[in-house]
Design a protein around this ligand. Structure first.
Ligand code: ZN
Length: 339
């Protein structure tokens, strides 16, 4: 009950990539880089296990950016044709590669990472991949001609990959769809269909992570424009309630999302964001517990998974460790109350 997990990423060691930086270039290369990534995964696991996190991830230590880990290994994407585009409705600029031909997996994408992760821990493991709409929003399309067609093509490839990963012993496959908080019409038009396609036939648990972004300035500025109550989830949650996805990871700590909206998820698992990734202050376990107690007013305890609001890759490492401990501590407080 109240098993804890994290949205996905943790900060990387400074010897692997520049700290506090998104899209940070690797500081190692070749075989040394591969060894360094594996060592970083071991440390990320150890940090989660020491803190008492129940369902662990690899901290996304093996990918430069959460979208690129998948896209880098697709045929049809040309990384020599980088284009600067506005992503998330032009909230920020990103240099992205171009889709120039039909997309195909060159082969297994994350198999080796998952095998390694599975071999390094006895805890349940969660593996994260970007969702179809978020990839479609973080790439330049010069082939498919519509985001819908591009998104459905991506969904089919995510599904191929996800089935293989589930067979390797992944307990939860999570698709990250921050774009679902931006393109509300597209979510209805094709986003849910693409998500359903991406998780079709999976026998492991599934979840989708929908947040208001990393704790970087472009996002905190954007949040200032969203008014006193953030109601984006009010449009997507009823659609997700009728989807194949098993759970939803959302931002709750220090957000202006009315907690009552999780009641719209119709019995899905709820990964309640109880750690603010946009603040350098460490929550107290009591503050985490307060968020969980609020969630318990709307969803039964067996379906609540205390979590972080979003990925922690841009944070200081020590800070992230302290936040992991606060998360586990807060969940333990509420567990004791319920027992
Ligand atoms: Zn997020």
């Amino acid at each position: 009950m109240l098993d804890t997990t994290i949205a996905g990423s943790l900060p990387k060691p400074a010897w692997l990539a520049a700290p506090r930086t998104l899209w940070a270039p690797w500081r190692l290369e070749g075989a040394t880089l591969e060894e360094g990534k594996r060592d970083a995964v071991r440390l990320a696991l150890r940090d989660q296990e020491e803190a008492g996190i129940d369902i662990v991830t690899d901290g996304e230590q093996t990918r430069r950016h959460f979208v690129w880990g998948f896209v880098e290994r697709l045929d049809g994407v040309d990384f020599s044709k980088m284009v600067t585009i506005g992503i998330r409705a032009d909230r920020y600029k990103a240099d992205v590669p171009t889709v120039t031909a039909p997309l195909r997996r060159r082969g297994p994408i994350h198999t080796e990472e998952v095998r390694f992760l599975r071999s390094q821990t006895r805890q349940r493991i969660k593996f994260t991949m970007p969702g179809p709409m978020t990839i479609a929003d973080t790439i330049h399309d010069a082939h498919y001609g519509s985001r819908n067609r591009l998104g459905m093509a991506l969904a089919a490839l995510i599904n191929e990959e996800a089935r293989e990963l589930a067979a390797l012993g992944v307990d939860v496959i999570q698709l990250d769809e921050p774009a679902f908080n931006v393109y509300m019409d597209e979510v209805r038009e094709w986003g849910i269909e693409a998500l359903n396609r991406a998780v079709e036939g999976l026998t492991c648990k599934t979840a989708v992570h929908i947040c208001y972004g990393y704790g970087i300035k472009a996002n905190t500025d954007w949040k200032q424009t969203l008014g006193s109550e953030w109601r984006q989830y009010e449009l997507t949650f009823p659609l997700l309630a009728g989807s194949r996805i098993g759970g939803v990871s959302l931002e709750c700590a220090n957000s202006r999302v009315p907690m009552s909206l999780i009641g719209l998820l119709g019995g899905k698992d709820v990964l309640v964001g109880a750690i603010d990734v946009a603040s350098d202050r460490v929550e107290t376990p009591e503050e985490v517990a307060a968020v969980i107690r609020e969630a318990l007013k709307h969803v039964k305890s067996s379906q609540i998974f205390p979590c972080t609001n979003c990925g922690m890759v841009p944070l200081d490492r020590e800070l992230a460790r302290a936040k992991l401990r606060a998360l586990a501590g807060g969940a333990a407080l509420v567990r004791r109350e319920l027992a």
